[in-house]
Design a protein around this ligand. Sequence first.
Ligand SMILES: NC(=O)c1ccc[n+]([C@@H]2O[C@H](COP(=O)([O-])OP(=O)(O)OC[C@H]3O[C@@H](n4cnc5c(N)ncnc54)[C@H](O)[C@@H]3O)[C@@H](O)[C@H]2O)c1
Length: 451
Amino acid sequence: MFSLVEAFRQPREWYPSDEDHVNENVTCIGPDDEDFWRGDYVRISGRLTGQVCPSSFLTATDGTVKGSTARDIWMGEGNEEGMLVGIPKEIKDNESRVSTTPAGVTEYVTHGHKVIVERSAGMGSGFHDSEYEAAGAEMIDSHAGVFARADMIVKVKEPIASEYGLMRDGQILYTYLHLAAEEALTHALIDRNVTAVAYETVELPNRSLPLLTPMSEVAGRMSIQVGAHYLQKTHGGRGLLLGGVPGVLPANVVIVGGGVVGTSAAQMALGLGANVTILDISVDRLRFLDLVLHGRINTLASNRQNLAESLRDCDLLIGGVLIPGAKAPKLVTAEMVASMPDGAVIVDVAIDQGGCIETVKPTTHSDPTFVVDGVVHYCVTNMPGAVPRTSTFALSNVTLPYGVFLAEHGVNAFSLDPALAKGLNVFKGKVTYPAVADAFGLEHAALETVL
Ligand SMILES: NC(=O)c1ccc[n+]([C@@H]2O[C@H](COP(=O)([O-])OP(=O)(O)OC[C@H]3O[C@@H](n4cnc5c(N)ncnc54)[C@H](O)[C@@H]3O)[C@@H](O)[C@H]2O)c1
């Protein structure tokens, strides 16, 4: 790899395009016009970044970049060994988590990387800018600036539409993506040639999803808390206490999908004294749940008839089904929802994958519920965002080791770690995760062909 200064010592041809390619090694990531002004960032080989010095500007005329001497560039950022890691503030509705704690910053810095953190990114989770600075991060004011400068963006939630234009060619994006339910984002990642690593599809050989687990634990536990809240008459529910009282039957909680969400929900519901039924297609999973929960739950094989029957007297339905990387199957029909008692509550945790109930649509923390056929629906796609401090610690506990590995090895990390390779959803303008390609009828590129 050559250095930034060498790249600009010689006049270079410039081929202006939407992506601002100067040539295959040099990209202007500053302005759209033909001049690189003071403070604009220039990038070499996708890794090194420098800034045009205050007293200079580089200009392209007649297809040649002029004024390009070593003095024009300030080698302010990055180096050949380290990665410039960017931590933007989450801007999705009511999302207060942050991808990396100050302790996480220390980890990146100790491994020789630089970290830029958007000012106040950690505030929602109770981390002050001064804690990040003390950990070695540079705080910057601009959200767009984090995307413009960082080699690797580490986020919590998928970019929202206003962020699509900020993602850059070759940039690594390491975050939850849920692409099978995000067609526009999938196309943005393809078009912008982003290296997109989805937390939720990083998969260990035993098929477990280590970066999804902690958020599923949070959302599963929360689903019962939320369900109990909306079952109250004052919040639109049928006026039931989950555990009942002596002499009065407890509420019926039905959980579809006995994975991490389902198990965590069951533990909480049992703790509150509810009558709990779990449906799953895996009998092995039901066997396991029966064992670890000491037979205190009802287990049922998941099929149409069992679902229909158990929903007729269900007070609280939790959706926790997952087919990894794919859109969730709509197991609960509108007819089954209509058969539920008036004032019953549905919490479809699987909504981030499209939801497993026919009547659901995504909602937000600021407007979390709607009613269909007298049944209150809660379908917030980022439930853990409501308990950001717990969630941020839980998330960064598991994402940090992979993040440091990615920073260390760049795209080679995918060849070195098969679990991380499973997380790669879009690479070099191609969809590399089969279920995402299937969801939108796009061509799937096998990893071996693109790495
Ligand atoms: N809304 C949120 O804020 C939020 C937060 C965390 C997780 N989630 C989502 O919750 C969902 C569940 O996550 P998880 O970690 O529990 O997944 P998991 O893989 O641990 O569990 C999924 C379970 O669904 C079962 N299943 C598959 N098909 C089924 C069917 N036809 N009938 C019944 N069960 C079926 C599987 O056997 C498995 O036990 C995912 O979509 C995840 O993205 C949402």
